[in-house]
Design a protein around this ligand. Structure first.
Ligand code: NCD
Length: 310
């Protein structure tokens, strides 16, 4: 992998390689083993031009556990807030000799643009509504750890698909691993090109729940909404939200995932969130291992991870 910009650029073998590498690195992510010196001397720049909690911290920890040096760069507090262009910011980073840039931006396409300015690997940490590939990878990793092979497994993705870069990466990653995806969303929050996604679209969430292995809840992304996409939060919660009554319709061992941050009381009730907090927290921890795997595969060259890989 030169860059990681979209799941669309990956094959099934690529995804399996990332997941298997993350599995080998998980003991370090879980802090059961010490960090490894694999990326000593490499400089990873986290260029975060949009707010983030877990993705930014996760990339930071992932790079540090591989012993890379990390520069954390956010728009606030940098020359970006003085009006410096994206290109000039990129060239400045280049002049400082960074080995890799992890970029998050509200503009779809920013990582591709960056890859045209810089000659180092670019890792997309979320660009607008477009892609969030490491989130898709950490989610299928979490599902695989619970369910084994995902071929033929049924996943329902519920909520604000229209504004969700996570949904786009998620569907593609699930398809590469052979899972079947159904989307359930308010009609106003389905993307216009959904017919090309290769998914089933359903309207009755209750009817689909008994069949699924995984319920993936998306955040209602108010910051991306101009205008009303549904009448009220209460109505959204009533029709599309996951609550205890609805969850009882699903298999007892169904997995409930959410990329975070959650809107408790909207797409998920507090009791369901708390009852399934274990897996949602696992997603966060697994995210460190997945990001370590991506950095390792993009930057380590021939270096093995002797301390971890037996
Ligand atoms: C997602 C994001 O930022 O796209 N969150 C995340 O990275 N964990 C999803 C979201 O904000 O809803």
């Amino acid at each position: 992998m030169k860059h990681l910009i979209s799941i669309e650029d990956l094959t099934t073998d690529d995804v399996v390689q990332v997941l298997d590498t993350a599995e080998a690195l998980l003991p370090i992510a879980l802090r059961e083993r010490n960090s490894v010196p694999t990326l000593r001397g490499k400089v990873v720049c986290n260029l975060f031009l949009e707010d983030s909690t877990r993705t930014r911290i996760s990339f930071d920890l992932a790079a540090k556990r591989l012993s890379a040096e990390v520069i954390n760069f956010s728009a606030k507090g940098s020359s970006v807030s003085k009006g410096e262009s994206f290109k000039d910011t990129a060239l400045t980073l280049d002049a400082m000799g960074v080995d890799c840039v992890v970029v998050r931006s509200h503009s779809a396409g920013a990582p591709v643009q960056l890859s045209s300015y810089l000659d180092v690997p670019i890792l997309n940490a979320g660009d607008g509504w477009h892609q969030h590939p490491t989130q898709g990878l950490l989610d299928v990793f979490t599902m695989r750890r619970h369910l084994g092979n995902l071929k033929g497994r049924k996943v329902v993705i519920v909520g604000d698909v229209l504004h969700s870069r996570v949904a786009r990466s998620e569907v593609q990653a699930l398809h590469l691993l052979g899972a079947e995806v159904t989307l359930v969303a308010p009609p106003t929050l389905l993307p216009p090109d959904v017919e090309g996604w290769g998914v089933t679209v359903a309207t009755d969430l209750d009817a689909i729940l008994p069949e699924v292995d995984v319920i993936y809840l998306l955040r209602v992304q108010r910051e991306r909404m101009q205008g009303a996409f549904f009448p009220s939060s209460r109505e959204y919660a009533h029709i599309w939200g996951m609550d205890a009554r609805r969850l009882r319709l699903a298999k007892p061992d169904v997995l409930v995932l959410h990329p975070g941050p959650m809107n408790r009381g909207v797409e998920i009730t507090a009791d369901v969130a708390d009852a399934h907090q274990g897996v949602i927290t696992e997603q966060v921890t697994n995210g460190i291992a997945i990001r370590m795997a991506c950095l390792y595969l993009m930057l380590a060259g021939e270096a093995a991870i002797p301390e971890v890989v037996a």
